[in-house]
Write a protein that binds this ligand. Structure first.
Ligand code: GDP
Ligand code: IMO
Ligand code: MG
Length: 428
């Protein structure tokens, strides 16, 4: 049966939420398999905007099952808040939303550790401050990791937190003498009360997904972040702490990734990045420059943190690499309307590194930092695309731009998006 993965091929915020929402109708289950509340996925339907951080976008459709699988890291207060916010808008959330008992739990000491590391280490990554990195560290470190299933066993949880929290306090004080520290019993009581409210959602989602697949259910995997933020394949160390490519599906959900028969690679018609790290095509051309015009037109401010996103031209070297690593079968080209602000559009087709021309994406962030983009320039269209419904409605220059991206990336374009709303979509 059809299993699909929607994956971002840049540094996140490619408008994956919109594509997942468009594809939900063709699926029975929507699964988040990586990351946590560092994600910010936006869906606009009939003028109403929904933002999802930890919850799968599928939760908007109560008749579907939405799964937060084992590869996700969960901050219970955020989970409960997001469920409440959604209910307040009239969306029913009940046993359609499932949480893996294997998913790791984020505690306030993770947030504090991240805050101190980002502030005091001199090696900030520019994270979202949601405790993601420290929680994944504890997961692979094993000694201090706590899984959601453990929250359902009060005595066990208390014993574990009494062992873990004093060590965390020591670590926090070593990072900064005035660090916030925590009382294991207070934390335990707080988390037991969260657990009571989450209990109805917690289950073995791996078993559920394997069973669903056997029963021919159609499963949609919603990647968070972008492939270039993948901890193994991205621009390390300026990445997130999970596998945000479809590589994360197998480990992060328990469903063998060979069951995926469609990978939709989502790209912006240009590039953005939040946080630190190399970005060869970044436009630093001042407050009247094209970079700023793209930021204003595309409303390029972080969904989670509100930080201005760094903006630049499309980079085919980076995306050829990320599309290959992600096994993308097709492309969804998003925010094409935003490029209406440009008279001419540049496309990066290679890198100049010292005296060498690189065709391949370098492995090391410090080399990528030194790469200068080699551009080809194509004419812009300078007209509003937001009402275009069919390919033939697009100006010739816009069609040529999309065709050129497809040619350079050697992948077909199946969807073009010309505005945030579901309706502002062209199926090719
Ligand atoms: P995600 O994290 O990949 O789901 O993307 P975000 O939601 O963080 O950022 C994408 C932003 O672009 C959201 O505000 C969307 O509503 C908006 N958006 C999506 N598609 C389009 C489009 O085609 N044109 C414009 N102008 N905005 C879009
Ligand atoms: P969605 O799913 C864009 C970035 C952060 C930082 C780095 C590490 O909305 O595309 P983390 O908090 O994960 O430890 O931060 O990754 N980052 C994102 N950038 N979109 C996201 O998610 C991101 N999630 C994390 O800005 O550079
Ligand atoms: Mg986002």
């Amino acid at each position: 049966m059809a299993c699909t993965c929607v994956v971002g091929l840049q540094w996140g915020d490619e408008a994956k939420g919109k594509i997942v929402d468009l594809l939900t109708d063709q699926h029975d289950i929507v699964v988040r398999f990586n990351g946590g509340a560092n994600a910010g996925h936006t869906v606009v339907q009939g003028g109403k905007t929904f933002k999802f951080s930890l919850l799968p976008t599928g939760v908007l459709k109560p008749h579907l099952r939405s799964v937060i699988a084992n590869g996700v890291v969960v901050y219970p207060p955020r989970f409960l808040e997001e469920v409440n916010d959604l209910r307040a808008t009239g969306v029913a959330v009940g046993d359609n939303l499932l949480l893996s008992d294997h998913a790791h739990v984020i505690f306030p000491y993770h947030l504090e550790e991240e805050r101190l590391s980002e502030q005091g280490s001199g090696q900030a990554i520019g994270t979202t401050g949601r405790g993601i990195g420290p929680c994944y560290q504890d997961k692979v470190g094993r000694i201090s990791g706590v899984r959601l299933g453990e929250l359902l066993h009060p005595e066990h949880l208390r014993t574990r937190l009494r062992a873990i929290v004093p060590r965390k306090n020591q670590l926090l004080r070593a990072l900064a003498p005035d660090a916030r520290t925590f009382d294991p019993d207070v934390l335990c009581d707080e988390y037991l009360s969260h657990a009571e409210r989450m209990r109805g959602h917690v289950t073995d989602t791996t078993r559920l997904l394997l069973q669903a697949h056997r029963n021919n259910k159609r499963i949609l995997f919603e990647a968070a972040q972008g492939s270039l933020l993948d901890v193994d394949h991205g621009t390390y160390p300026y990445v997130t702490s999970s596998n945000s490519t479809p590589a994360g599906v197998w480990s992060g959900s328990g469903l063998p990734a060979r069951h995926i028969n469609r990978v939709v690679g989502v790209i912006k018609a240009y590039t953005t990045r939040v946080g630190r790290g190399p970005f060869p095509t970044e436009l630093n051309d001042g407050k009247d420059g094209i970079g700023e015009r793209i930021r204003q037109t595309g409303r390029e401010y972080g969904t989670v943190t509100g930080r201005p996103r760094r903006c630049g031209w499309f980079d085919t070297v980076a995306v050829r690499y990320s599309a290959a690593v992600s096994g993308a079968d097709e492309l969804a080209v998003m925010l094409l309307d935003v490029l209406s602000v440009a008279k001419e559009i540049a496309i990066c087709t290679g890198y100049q590194w010292r005296d060498r021309r690189l065709e391949a994406f370098p492995s090391d962030a410090f080399i990528l930092e030194e790469c200068r983009p080699v551009f080809e320039t194509v004419p812009g269209w300078e007209s509003d695309l937001t009402h275009c419904k069919r390919l033939s409605d697009l100006p010739a220059a816009a069609r040529r731009y999309v065709d050129r991206l497809s040619q350079l990336l050697e992948l077909p374009v199946s969807i073009i998006s010309v505005g945030p709303d579901r309706e502002q979509t062209i199926l090719c």
